[in-house]
Design a binder for this molecule. Sequence first.
Ligand code: CA
Length: 140
Amino acid sequence: MPGTTTLARLLTGMAALTAVGTLALPAAAAPAHALPPGVIQLGPSEPCPPATLCLYRDYGRSGPAYGIGAGYSVDLNDLPMPGGLGDSSAANNISSWVNNAQGLAVLIDRKSGQARPLFPGQPIEEPPPYNDTVDEVDWA
Ligand SMILES: [Ca+2]
């Protein structure tokens, strides 16, 4: 049956392609400290780019910093940030924010359950009760 032979050849070819794809995978492995989608690392005290929500470890938009693209929900535990008074990540470490995105960002403290809005164009220097408390960024 010629039809069956052709199908068998096709399947054999597909199997070979799959095997090649599998072998290629280790070379494409992700870097050890891959950031979550939508996140960029900023240089210390780097100004906040457009269309981005920026978070800084220290007051006055200084110290280690990250930018989050509008609409990306991010767990700050996934952003390494050494040298702070809080955790070794951006969670419970952020003192200064700038929302240069068009969207309404929400700053969430999981421990207290508190969620505060950060309006488009709005900067914040955290008042003492809220300093180093945010764990998560979401968007309204
Ligand atoms: Ca801080």
